[in-house]
Write a protein that binds this ligand. Structure first.
Ligand code: DAH
Length: 342
């Protein structure tokens, strides 16, 4: 009996000091001390060897031991899984370690919005290569060699092959779609384009455009206007107005540029709209019959409209970003401001 009591006393100390950091420490403890094959059950088995007049005392000591073990198990369970040392007091009210959420780049946000608006009008998304050949970037778009319109865009040429350029506009994808697909065609093409410009707040050597192309029977300039008006109202709100100014592009006839009423000053005049109340957002027009003929599309039967806009410009008007360089500097103080937008 003496020996048993001594053993129980040591066990109590062992239980009191039991600690661990693993998530399943409480379960390990239960199995070791309180389980059906555990230490305490084992000791209980000694009861039959205890003389009758000492059975009561032994029973009480065992009850105390069991209670102590159960309390310890309870406290291990509460601390368990926290990663803190189990069995040690832990302050659950402490704030957690902040986890920085990732966010979309403003250009991606704007691209997704543009794509979703045009998808609702039945436009599909088309893609083309950023390294383009002369035909798709220029010649097929009614800009043969030595055509002065080629000078409208400063082109990056690829040294290894004089026929290759970094595409200067997403209009090249128009050519790629027309050579593969027969009308009706209704596509938009978002993508990156390149121009040999000195980098400043207002110019960059790469930026992003969205091209639109719609070819079918009886497509008119009125369809172009209505489509773009719908887009502007969805993108910038119902109060925003549009206006068209005659312009020139080799691949459209007639051609126009479209302005919207300034989203910053509402048309009253400010530095963004250079006090005119209007800002240009895109070029557009009716697809030139020569373009259609280039791809074997009957220009007597089919007509179409096309447009091309800069995504950075749309982003500037939506989020008032006033320096083009911000888009590619990867400064998290800039990018963080868009976290949470979709
Ligand atoms: N490609 C022109 C540019 O980069 C934009 C453009 C103008 C696209 C008129 C078109 C269009 O499709 O019809 O400046």
């Amino acid at each position: 009996m003496e020996q048993l009591l001594q053993q129980i006393e040591e066990l109590k100390q062992e239980i009191g000091a039991f600690a661990g950091t693993e998530a399943d420490v409480a379960e390990q403890f239960r199995i070791k001390y309180l389980g059906t094959k555990g230490v305490i059950k084992g000791l209980m088995g000694e009861m039959k060897n205890i003389p009758n007049d000492q059975k009561k005392q032994f029973g009480q000591v065992m009850n105390d031991l069991k209670q102590l073990a159960e309390e310890k198990w309870e406290s291990l369970k509460q601390a368990g899984g926290s990663g803190e040392q189990a069995g040690v007091d832990f302050d659950w009210t402490l704030p957690g370690t902040p986890v920085n959420a990732g966010g979309r780049h403003p250009i991606s946000i704007v691209r997704n919005q543009i794509v979703s608006i045009f998808k609702r009008l039945g436009f599909a998304v088309a893609e083309g290569p950023e390294i383009e050949d002369d035909w798709h970037n220029f010649t097929a778009l009614n800009m043969p060699e030595n055509h002065t319109a080629r000078d409208m865009q400063d082109t990056f040429y690829i040294l290894q092959n004089p026929d290759w350029v970094l595409r200067t506009h997403t209009s090249s994808v128009q050519a790629r779609v027309m050579e593969k697909q027969k009308p009706p065609i209704r596509i938009i093409c978002p993508g990156r384009v390149y121009r040999n410009e000195t980098i400043s707040a207002r110019a960059h050597c790469f930026f992003h455009q969205v091209e639109g192309l719609y070819i079918d029977e009886h497509v008119s300039f009125a369809d172009l206007k209505q489509t773009l008006y719908f887009f502007v109202q969805e993108m910038f709100g119902k109060d925003v107005k549009i206006r068209f100014r005659p312009s020139y592009f080799p691949f459209t006839e007639p051609s126009a540029e479209m302005d919207i009423s300034c989203t910053v000053c509402g048309g009253k005049g400010c530095s963004l709209c250079k006090h005119t109340g209007w800002v240009e957002i895109l070029g557009c027009g009716m697809v030139h019959p020569k373009m259609l003929d280039n791809f074997g599309i009957d220009s007597n039967k089919y007509t179409g409209f096309a447009f091309g806009m800069g995504m950075e410009r749309i982003c500037q008007l939506k989020y008032r970003v006033n320096d083009l360089r911000l888009y590619s500097q990867n400064d998290v103080r800039f990018l963080d401001q868009f976290t949470g937008s979709v």
